[in-house]
Design a protein around this ligand. Structure first.
Ligand code: GLV
Ligand code: MN
Ligand code: MN
Length: 431
């Protein structure tokens, strides 16, 4: 069922400044989706969310949310990389839509908010417009992007990058997970290899609401983050190859210890961060697989990942070049050979000032304090920004804004604040 096309009346074109989203309905949706992929977390003892992209758990999540979208009268389409677009008709339905989006795939140790707030917030905007019989001039589309997290297939923002044309469809479909299963095979298997051609036709504008995932807003009770942009991200996968040997009988001089080489790289990255020579760089070795991983054997192989973040593109380039030079030093020092592969790389993205101003104005009109923030995390908005003006709204998270951890938490009020800003900004764009 789609909404009838109605020529806009004076009333339908008026603002929605008096309308508010349903906080309880939004919260209940977040809780219900957060039950899918639930697991018991070893570190925290809490229930976390593990809904890796294109797994059965992710499909359960999609079915739930897509069912809600259909009940809200939206018409659904799927593109060639499995991104879902749920459309509410506009009075002038041929106009490019205002798109609201995010993701519902999660990392392996997630909370209930990362990405889900943006998608379910988009749905709540639609439900609120339906409740009040508001017809916008432009259509509004709510998007669910595929594999935003990148933890399963190794490239973050995969779906939105393909939708925006930065990443080729074939390359994306051929990307495999640790077990050799490809994105393309999973899309076919789950019936999500859709028809909508990528790159997609540019929307009129794009908005995304997301939990901050950092400590800034909560530190001084600021209610809304107006996002300036997203910092640069580089992901690398290093293969370190030495030689397995007896721990007791192999003299130091005869060892080619891949574990030692990995440790040197990790310490060097930390020194680079602490030196301040690379601006506000952050570096993380999040994954390290050691072989044979036994107590009395010098490790022969390590696979390690490097995640670099930097708001400054030039500093990022310098850091990558200096890391490469150091890898050569480690090879000479340890006799371990190292190959390095870049698995993801996105430049810093600045959102247009007009979109930042729109978010700030919407917050101010609602009486909310706001702060300008550069996002530490990557987001689909950073990709869709290549197609159309994009903007983001952050809401505070508790406990230092911890995220990618089951402790991730934003209050019902804070979530509703963000989605009320989203509602006002989206309708202004759509009219
Ligand atoms: C996505 O959450 C990222 O890694 O920034
Ligand atoms: Mn996210
Ligand atoms: Mn995330």
């Amino acid at each position: 069922m789609s909404h009838p096309i109605v020529f806009p009346s004076a009333e339908s074109q008026s603002s929605v400044s008096h309308i508010r989203v349903d906080q309880d309905r939004l919260w209940n949706a977040l809780q219900e989706l957060g039950e899918l992929g639930a697991y018991r977390d070893e570190e925290t003892g809490l229930h976390g969310v593990r809904r890796l992209a294109l797994t059965d758990q992710d499909m359960e999540g999609r079915r739930l949310v897509m069912g809600w979208m259909q009940e809200a009268g939206l018409s659904l389409r799927v593109d060639q990389i499995g991104n879902v677009y749920a459309r509410r008709a506009g009075a002038q339905d041929v106009l490019p839509p205002v798109m609201i989006g995010s993701h519902i795939d999660s990392v392996g140790t997630a909370g209930k908010f990362d990405g889900c707030l943006g998608v379910l917030g988009g749905l709540e905007v639609i439900r609120t417009l339906n409740d009040h019989g508001v017809i916008t001039r432009r259509p509004i589309e709510v998007a669910i992007f595929t594999e935003e997290e990148g933890v399963r297939f190794g490239t973050d923002m995969l779906g939105s990058a393909v939708a925006a044309g930065r990443l080729g469809l074939r390359e994306a479909l051929e990307t495999t997970d640790r077990d050799g299963v490809s994105v393309g095979a999973e899309l076919e298997h789950h019936g999500f290899a859709g028809e909508v051609q990528v790159p997609i036709t540019a929307p009129y504008a794009y908005l995304e609401c997301h939990i901050e995932q950092g400590p800034i807003l909560a530190a001084d009770n600021t209610r809304i983050g107006v996002v300036r942009g997203v910092q640069a991200i580089t992901w690398k996968e290093l293969q370190l190859t030495g030689r397995a040997a007896h721990a007791g009988a192999t003299p130091h001089s005869l060892r080619r210890n891949a574990g030692l080489a990995a440790a040197l790289v990790t310490v060097r990255l930390n020194e680079m961060v602490e030196s301040g020579e690379y601006g506000q760089m952050l570096a993380t070795v999040g994954r390290q697989d050691t072989y044979p991983n036994l107590i009395n054997i010098v490790p022969s192989n390590v696979l390690m990942t490097v995640d670099l973040r930097n708001p400054d593109a030039a500093a990022m380039e310098r850091a990558e070049a200096d890391l490469n030079t150091y890898l050569g030093d480690v090879e000479r020092l340890t006799g371990v050979s190292i190959t390095s592969r870049t698995t993801a790389k996105t430049p810093p993205v600045a959102f247009p000032v007009e979109m930042q101003d729109l978010v700030a104005k919407s917050a101010t009109n609602l009486g909310f304090s706001y702060a300008e923030i550069t996002s530490g995390a990557g987001h689909d908005a950073g990709e869709i920004a290549a197609l159309c003006p994009a903007g983001m709204i952050f809401v505070p998270g508790l406990y230092d804004g911890i995220s990618h951890n089951p402790r991730e938490y934003s209050t019902p009020e804070a979530c509703a604040d963000g989605i009320n800003v989203l509602l006002q900004a989206a309708v202004e764009l759509a009219n």
